[in-house]
Design a protein. Sequence first.
Length: 124
Amino acid sequence: LLTLLGGLTGGTLAFAMQWYSNVIDYPINVGGRPHFSWPAFIPVTFELTVLGAALSAAFGMLALNRLPKLWHPAFNSKAFARASRDRFFLCIQATDPLFDSKKIQSLFLHLNPISLEEVKLDEE
């Protein structure tokens, strides 16, 4: 829906801009054609439709995914400091109604982790 609306907005604005500039603001008689010669407006209208759709899709995807997320409460963990160098960091959030902290801890203790830490996530 965002892509469709962005494309329609881009195409409408492109067509309206060309119509205004050629009919209202600065009409020039070129080769005896009418001022509102809409077939000449199609290439620019198409290009700005594609541009509007692509930009709205990209920025809409980022907004709907709440990206970029530059900070997460899991970053407060001491083990996270080495996660991007030589360690592996796994964060399981307790938002699932079937989440059971004791089962998760027993599963991970069975796998012999280097460290196991429970971090309180304030925002969720």
